[in-house]
Design a protein around this ligand. Structure first.
Ligand SMILES: C[S@@+](CC[C@H](N)C(=O)[O-])C[C@H]1O[C@@H](n2cnc3c(N)ncnc32)[C@H](O)[C@@H]1O
Length: 420
């Protein structure tokens, strides 16, 4: 994966350390960016490319340190992180009373008051803290009891859109307590871009594009085609990455908006810098699908990012898909798995057809296919150079890197009839 992919186009790294100078955002803090399991190295490389290293991959997360600006920068620029957490405290949590004492020992008034709304996310656990709901309740009690003792009032709970989202992670007999800087998970890039049937999360689409080294291909002017684009996650992320659009720029709501320690001037400076960063010219990007509703959703999502002009969306069944450029480019796609949409037999037929279309027509192209099972992967009938395990929600998938020969195939496969 190319480091260039993650670095803001200006090449400056304001989230990183400034030798000898005062760090923007003050004292050094501990951050954790979360991601689906298996994508930790991609996220670590991305964050280091943003100047936020050194990064330490953990299970489903990457840890890094820096001033507050480092956390803000991760929120604004990371395409792969699901959440960005800033640690507020840590301590013993061998049982619920120990957890309560640790949380109550953290000074909460610098972070929130009784007029804030609060939610607690609890992950991990141990023999005495097996139920995440119970752990979350004890955490909430500790915070509310401390604030009531100090002010006579306590914050109320809002599980959907809290002012402050506290994240507790228990591993063994230890807990870390953090503030969720993102609030809503970061794959929700902006309101109105959701929809489609079985859409891929933006953060996963971005991670796969980085694994495929798409930024280098985009910089070389190669085309990107998703022949089953659905709501267009690969198109949006591929284009945003290629032109250098910061993924956090369209978001209107953050987990730090009402945080008492939020440094508004620092954040606004980083946003202004991100806005002013020059964009690169867009490479040719094409999305095909047989479903007009999916194409409408893709169109709306691209328009919402101001990228509508840069993509050609066409209603084309896979059986008729053709390379849109003479120069070989990049195919990246997420065919149906037969899990959420349609049957497994349909999904297998689509994979066989995809293999045939690629072998016969996309000569010399490079294809990347996210597939839901080894059996489906075999139906492609093409030999992958890499098979990378990744999780799409609860489905363990394989991301196949398939170089396609530039020589025409001599014989047609007998088992691939037209589908779609
Ligand atoms: C799993 S969805 C893709 C989701 C997409 N990655 C997204 O983020 O929304 C699979 C897509 O393949 C399309 N599709 C399935 N069979 C097809 C065919 N034979 N020709 C064209 N499109 C097809 C479906 O309409 C659907 O939009």
């Amino acid at each position: 994966m190319s480091r260039r992919s993650a670095r803001p186009p200006s090449g400056r790294r304001p989230g990183g350390r400034r030798p000898g100078g005062r760090q923007p955002g003050g004292r050094t803090r501990r951050f954790v960016a979360t991601c689906p399991q298996g994508l930790e190295p991609v996220l670590a490389t991305e964050l280091e490319g943003l100047g936020l290293g050194p990064c330490t991959p953990r299970r489903g997360a990457v840890a890094f340190r820096g001033p507050l600006s480092a956390g803000y920068r991760a929120c604004l620029w990371s395409r792969v992180a699901s959440r960005v957490l800033v640690q507020l405290g840590e301590g013993p949590a061998q049982d619920s009373d120990a957890l309560y004492r640790t949380v109550r020992g953290i000074p909460w008034r610098p972070h929130l008051g009784p007029d804030h709304t609060l939610a607690v996310d609890f992950v991990g656990g141990n023999a005495a803290l097996r139920h995440t709901g119970f752990g979350a309740r004890r955490t909430k009690d500790a915070i509310c009891d401390q604030l009531r003792a100090a002010t006579g009032r306590r914050p109320s709970i809002d599980l959907e859109h809290p002012d402050i989202r506290v994240h507790v992670h228990v591993a063994g007999e230890h807990c870390t307590v953090s503030l969720d800087l993102a609030g809503d998970p970061l794959h929700r890039r902006s309101a109105g871009v959701e929809g489609g049937r079985a859409p891929l999360k933006e953060t996963l689409a971005a991670a796969l594009l980085l694994l495929a080294d798409w930024p280098a291909a985009a910089a070389a002017g190669r085309a990107l085609v998703d022949p089953m684009c659905g709501s267009g996650s690969f198109l949006r992320e591929g284009l945003a990455m290629a032109v250098g659009l910061p993924p956090g720029l369209p978001r209107r709501r953050w987990g730090f908006d009402r945080w008492r320690a939020h440094d508004r001037a620092l954040w606004e400076g980083l946003v202004a810098e991100a806005r002013a960063t020059p964009r690169r010219p867009p490479p040719p990007v094409f999305g095909y699908d047989r479903d007009p509703g999916a194409l409408e959703t893709a169109c709306a999502g691209l328009a919402g990012l101001g990228l509508g002009e840069a993509v050609r969306l066409l209603r084309v069944p896979l059986a008729l898909a053709e390379p849109p450029t003479e120069q070989p480019g990049f195919v990246i796609t997420n065919p149906p798995y037969g899990a959420r949409l349609g049957s497994v037999a349909d999904a297998e037929a689509v994979m066989a057809l995809l293999g045939d279309v690629l072998r016969r027509r996309f000569l010399g192209w490079r294809a990347f296919v996210l597939t839901g099972s080894p059996r489906l992967a075999r139906r492609l009938g093409l030999r992958p150079a890499r098979r990378i395990p990744v999780w799409n929600g609860r489905i363990e998938c394989r991301f196949l890197d398939v170089p396609i020969s530039s020589r025409p195939v001599e014989r047609d496969r007998p088992d691939a009839g037209p589908v779609g």
